[in-house]
Design a protein. Sequence first.
Length: 202
Amino acid sequence: MKLLLRFFFQGLLVLLPAVLTFYLFWLIVGTLNDLMFSLIGEHLVQLFELELPTWLTSIMGLLMVLGLITVTGMLASMYLGRFLLGRIDRLLQRIPLVRLLYTSLSDLFKALLGDNRGFDRPVLVQLTPDPGLRVAGFITRDDLSMFGLKDDIAVYLPQSYNFAGNLVIVPRERVTPIEAKASQVTTFIVSGGVSTSNRAED
Protein backbone atom coordinates (compact mmCIF):
# COMPACT_ATOMS: atom_id res chain seq x y z
CA MET A 1 0.00 0.00 0.00
CA LYS A 2 2.81 2.40 0.89
CA LEU A 3 4.52 1.59 -2.39
CA LEU A 4 1.34 2.40 -4.34
CA LEU A 5 0.95 5.69 -2.47
CA ARG A 6 4.55 6.58 -3.22
CA PHE A 7 4.00 5.87 -6.92
CA PHE A 8 0.78 7.91 -6.81
CA PHE A 9 2.45 11.00 -5.34
CA GLN A 10 5.40 10.60 -7.66
CA GLY A 11 2.96 10.58 -10.56
CA LEU A 12 1.37 13.77 -9.23
CA LEU A 13 4.77 15.45 -9.05
CA VAL A 14 5.45 14.53 -12.67
CA LEU A 15 2.04 15.31 -14.16
CA LEU A 16 0.67 18.28 -12.20
CA PRO A 17 3.18 20.95 -13.34
CA ALA A 18 2.70 20.05 -17.02
CA VAL A 19 -1.09 19.65 -16.76
CA LEU A 20 -1.57 22.92 -14.87
CA THR A 21 0.70 24.79 -17.30
CA PHE A 22 -1.20 23.54 -20.35
CA TYR A 23 -4.54 24.09 -18.61
CA LEU A 24 -3.79 27.74 -17.81
CA PHE A 25 -2.44 28.31 -21.32
CA TRP A 26 -5.50 26.67 -22.87
CA LEU A 27 -7.83 28.66 -20.58
CA ILE A 28 -6.31 31.98 -21.67
CA VAL A 29 -6.25 31.03 -25.35
CA GLY A 30 -9.79 29.62 -25.15
CA THR A 31 -11.14 32.81 -23.58
CA LEU A 32 -9.53 34.98 -26.26
CA ASN A 33 -10.68 32.53 -28.91
CA ASP A 34 -14.33 32.68 -27.81
CA LEU A 35 -14.20 36.47 -27.57
CA MET A 36 -12.75 36.96 -31.05
CA PHE A 37 -15.10 34.45 -32.67
CA SER A 38 -18.16 36.02 -31.03
CA LEU A 39 -17.07 39.47 -32.22
CA ILE A 40 -16.03 38.62 -35.78
CA GLY A 41 -16.16 34.95 -36.75
CA GLU A 42 -19.82 34.41 -35.88
CA HIS A 43 -20.87 37.28 -38.15
CA LEU A 44 -18.76 35.91 -41.01
CA VAL A 45 -20.41 32.48 -40.65
CA GLN A 46 -23.88 34.06 -40.72
CA LEU A 47 -22.95 36.29 -43.64
CA PHE A 48 -21.83 33.40 -45.84
CA GLU A 49 -24.44 30.99 -44.37
CA LEU A 50 -21.86 28.38 -43.45
CA GLU A 51 -22.15 25.55 -40.96
CA LEU A 52 -18.68 24.96 -39.57
CA PRO A 53 -17.59 22.20 -37.15
CA THR A 54 -16.54 23.25 -33.65
CA TRP A 55 -12.87 22.40 -34.18
CA LEU A 56 -12.73 24.66 -37.23
CA THR A 57 -14.35 27.60 -35.42
CA SER A 58 -11.80 27.14 -32.62
CA ILE A 59 -8.94 27.31 -35.12
CA MET A 60 -10.52 30.39 -36.73
CA GLY A 61 -10.77 32.11 -33.36
CA LEU A 62 -7.17 31.27 -32.48
CA LEU A 63 -5.91 32.55 -35.85
CA MET A 64 -7.89 35.76 -35.33
CA VAL A 65 -6.31 36.28 -31.90
CA LEU A 66 -2.80 35.67 -33.25
CA GLY A 67 -3.51 37.92 -36.23
CA LEU A 68 -4.85 40.74 -34.06
CA ILE A 69 -1.82 40.60 -31.75
CA THR A 70 0.60 40.58 -34.70
CA VAL A 71 -1.16 43.44 -36.52
CA THR A 72 -1.23 45.49 -33.32
CA GLY A 73 2.51 44.94 -32.87
CA MET A 74 3.12 45.92 -36.49
CA LEU A 75 1.03 49.09 -36.12
CA ALA A 76 2.86 49.97 -32.90
CA SER A 77 6.13 50.06 -34.86
CA MET A 78 4.75 52.49 -37.48
CA TYR A 79 4.23 56.24 -37.06
CA LEU A 80 0.47 56.21 -37.71
CA GLY A 81 0.01 53.19 -35.46
CA ARG A 82 2.01 54.78 -32.65
CA PHE A 83 -0.12 57.92 -33.01
CA LEU A 84 -3.41 56.00 -32.81
CA LEU A 85 -2.26 53.78 -29.95
CA GLY A 86 -0.96 56.86 -28.17
CA ARG A 87 -4.40 58.47 -28.41
CA ILE A 88 -6.01 55.32 -26.98
CA ASP A 89 -3.39 55.27 -24.22
CA ARG A 90 -4.13 58.90 -23.29
CA LEU A 91 -7.87 58.21 -23.34
CA LEU A 92 -7.50 55.30 -20.91
CA GLN A 93 -5.23 57.42 -18.70
CA ARG A 94 -8.08 59.93 -18.20
CA ILE A 95 -10.54 57.44 -16.68
CA PRO A 96 -9.79 57.30 -12.91
CA LEU A 97 -10.28 53.61 -12.01
CA VAL A 98 -9.34 52.35 -15.46
CA ARG A 99 -6.16 54.44 -15.35
CA LEU A 100 -4.96 52.72 -12.16
CA LEU A 101 -5.46 49.20 -13.56
CA TYR A 102 -4.30 50.00 -17.10
CA THR A 103 -1.13 51.81 -16.02
CA SER A 104 -0.14 49.07 -13.59
CA LEU A 105 -0.67 46.27 -16.13
CA SER A 106 0.97 48.23 -18.94
CA ASP A 107 4.08 48.97 -16.89
CA LEU A 108 4.24 45.36 -15.66
CA PHE A 109 4.13 43.87 -19.17
CA LYS A 110 6.64 46.42 -20.45
CA ALA A 111 8.94 45.45 -17.59
CA LEU A 112 8.54 41.74 -18.37
CA LEU A 113 8.43 41.76 -22.18
CA GLY A 114 9.54 45.19 -23.39
CA ASP A 115 12.92 46.32 -24.69
CA ASN A 116 13.75 48.00 -21.37
CA ARG A 117 12.94 45.17 -19.00
CA GLY A 118 12.55 46.08 -15.35
CA PHE A 119 13.20 42.68 -13.77
CA ASP A 120 16.74 42.07 -14.97
CA ARG A 121 18.77 43.02 -11.86
CA PRO A 122 18.41 40.32 -9.19
CA VAL A 123 19.61 41.21 -5.69
CA LEU A 124 19.57 40.05 -2.08
CA VAL A 125 18.01 42.50 0.40
CA GLN A 126 18.77 42.68 4.12
CA LEU A 127 15.44 43.60 5.75
CA THR A 128 16.39 42.91 9.39
CA PRO A 129 19.38 43.76 11.61
CA ASP A 130 20.56 40.17 11.15
CA PRO A 131 22.94 40.28 8.12
CA GLY A 132 22.46 36.56 7.58
CA LEU A 133 18.73 36.90 6.84
CA ARG A 134 18.14 38.18 3.32
CA VAL A 135 15.34 38.21 0.73
CA ALA A 136 15.75 37.77 -3.04
CA GLY A 137 14.22 40.35 -5.35
CA PHE A 138 14.80 42.71 -8.28
CA ILE A 139 15.81 46.37 -8.41
CA THR A 140 13.06 48.21 -10.28
CA ARG A 141 14.08 51.83 -9.72
CA ASP A 142 17.39 53.44 -8.76
CA ASP A 143 16.23 57.04 -8.44
CA LEU A 144 13.61 57.86 -5.77
CA SER A 145 14.41 61.57 -5.52
CA MET A 146 10.78 62.30 -6.47
CA PHE A 147 9.88 61.04 -2.98
CA GLY A 148 12.76 62.88 -1.33
CA LEU A 149 14.70 59.62 -0.89
CA LYS A 150 18.19 60.19 -2.28
CA ASP A 151 19.97 57.13 -0.89
CA ASP A 152 17.17 54.57 -1.26
CA ILE A 153 16.15 52.32 -4.14
CA ALA A 154 13.02 50.31 -4.99
CA VAL A 155 13.23 46.52 -4.89
CA TYR A 156 10.40 44.19 -5.93
CA LEU A 157 10.08 40.99 -3.90
CA PRO A 158 8.04 38.29 -5.72
CA GLN A 159 6.14 35.80 -3.59
CA SER A 160 6.61 32.04 -3.84
CA TYR A 161 3.84 30.06 -5.61
CA ASN A 162 2.02 33.29 -6.34
CA PHE A 163 1.84 36.04 -8.95
CA ALA A 164 1.90 38.75 -6.28
CA GLY A 165 4.80 40.42 -4.54
CA ASN A 166 5.88 43.32 -2.34
CA LEU A 167 7.70 46.50 -3.27
CA VAL A 168 10.12 47.63 -0.56
CA ILE A 169 12.19 50.79 -0.26
CA VAL A 170 15.59 50.05 1.27
CA PRO A 171 18.94 51.80 1.72
CA ARG A 172 21.27 51.07 -1.18
CA GLU A 173 23.92 49.55 1.10
CA ARG A 174 21.49 46.83 2.19
CA VAL A 175 21.26 45.47 -1.35
CA THR A 176 23.69 42.89 -2.74
CA PRO A 177 23.67 42.08 -6.48
CA ILE A 178 23.32 38.40 -7.39
CA GLU A 179 25.66 36.89 -9.97
CA ALA A 180 22.90 34.93 -11.69
CA LYS A 181 20.50 35.27 -14.59
CA ALA A 182 17.18 37.00 -13.87
CA SER A 183 15.27 33.97 -15.19
CA GLN A 184 17.06 31.69 -12.72
CA VAL A 185 16.29 33.96 -9.76
CA THR A 186 12.64 34.32 -10.83
CA THR A 187 12.18 30.55 -11.03
CA PHE A 188 14.00 30.11 -7.71
CA ILE A 189 11.71 32.60 -5.92
CA VAL A 190 8.39 31.57 -7.46
CA SER A 191 9.07 27.88 -6.78
CA GLY A 192 9.87 28.61 -3.14
CA GLY A 193 13.54 27.81 -3.66
CA VAL A 194 13.06 24.25 -4.88
CA SER A 195 13.78 24.96 -8.53
CA THR A 196 15.89 27.09 -10.87
CA SER A 197 15.81 27.54 -14.63
CA ASN A 198 19.01 25.53 -15.16
CA ARG A 199 17.10 22.64 -16.73
CA ALA A 200 15.63 24.87 -19.45
CA GLU A 201 19.07 26.24 -20.33
CA ASP A 202 20.96 22.93 -20.42
